[in-house]
Design a protein around this ligand. Structure first.
Ligand code: AVJ
Length: 322
């Protein structure tokens, strides 16, 4: 029984997703050090802010991955069986998948995302541009089990996991995710995955501390979302964004730092903050080819092909099951 069960029951939250958000938020804010899961960044406001981040001069991952998918699309297509069903984990905007859809004859496209409204709006636009393609949006948390539409059961499956969202998982969780995706997608499955690469710390620092402050707003939006959906009373002006590169763990860490001693209420729970106390909101692990190959192998995939940009800032890989 979750220690916060009574608080959740009394809160009469509108749906299962909000209850899951509440349970995770209460659990993680009760931990030492305090933390919040990055998957809750993506409400409507957060998804819009992330789209703005992808346009920033300092944030190189999105445009670099797009250039690889654009320039190597026909090579990637050679690894994709015709008529396959493409299952995208954490599908946000469809900019990247459109490059794959242009180069390959897919039988169906199944975008999976926790942000239902954003997902369905993207699916409507996609159907207009790809009228022959069956699109089945699935609103779900892709880190938890979900069901694929029956209509694609006989099709070969190709997973698509761009953007280096894999980097949000702790390495053993990343292995767990890739392993369950392998089992979930079935025999002969393929996976096209984007992985951010280790690089000069200053480049990484700037990518998560942009001069326009968009990443800071993206990070602080998580507290505003708790206020909107969980009756929290966070004073967002009493927290500041901090993103650092932890070279030992080879990861970017995003934190929200309390600027003073303060008490915050979430549902009927109260949480105290010391001056300078952190809420760890996101890790973004960076890999190199060796360590990613080993991770893929450990989770039951063989790395068939890899592509990077000329500056080796980002990488895209084609994995084959078994
Ligand atoms: C969507 C998880 C890949 O970690 O680079 C962007 C999210 N966080 N700026 C990343 C993010 C801060 C992004 N991922």
């Amino acid at each position: 029984m979750n220690v916060h069960a009574s608080a959740l029951a009394e809160a009469h939250l509108p749906d299962e997703q909000t209850t899951a958000f509440a349970r995770d938020a209460l659990d993680n804010l009760s931990r030492r050090p305090k933390r919040l899961s990055p998957k809750y960044f993506y409400d409507a406001a957060g998804s819009e802010l992330f789209e703005a981040i992808t346009q920033l001069p300092e944030y190189y991952p999105t445009r670099t991955e797009l250039s690889i998918l654009r320039d190597r699309g026909s090579e990637i297509a050679t690894i994709i069986p015709n008529g396959a069903a493409l299952v995208e984990f954490g599908a946000g905007a469809t900019t990247k998948v459109r490059l794959l859809l242009k180069n390959c004859e897919f039988g169906a496209y199944v975008p999976v995302d926790i942000s239902g409204n954003f997902l369905n709006a993207q699916a409507v636009a996609l159907r207009k541009d790809f009228p022959a393609l069956d699109v089945y949006p699935v609103t779900a948390d892709f880190t938890a089990p979900f069901v694929l539409p029956d209509t694609i059961s006989a099709m070969p499956k190709v997973g698509f996991f761009p953007g280096s969202t894999l980097g949000n998982f702790e390495p053993d969780e990343a292995c767990g995710f890739l392993r369950s995706a392998r089992e979930f997608l079935g025999e002969g499955a393929r996976m096209i995955i984007g992985v951010d690469l280790e690089k000069d710390e200053r480049v990484l620092h700037d990518a998560y501390n942009d001069s326009a402050g968009v990443t800071a707003r993206f990070n602080l939006n998580l507290l505003a979302r708790i206020n909107r959906e969980l009756g929290g009373n966070f004073d967002t002006s009493a927290f500041r964004h901090r993103a650092i590169y932890n070279s030992e763990s080879r990861r970017i860490e995003m934190h929200l730092i309390s600027t003073k001693a303060q008490k915050v209420r979430v549902l009927d729970r109260s949480f105290s903050f010391r001056p300078g106390e952190s809420i760890h909101t996101e890790s973004s692990y960076k890999y190199n080819l060796e360590r990613f190959t080993a991770l893929a192998y450990r989770s039951g995939w063989t790395r068939r092909e890899s592509w990077t940009d000329a500056e080796r800032m980002f990488s895209v890989h084609a994995l084959v099951a078994g």
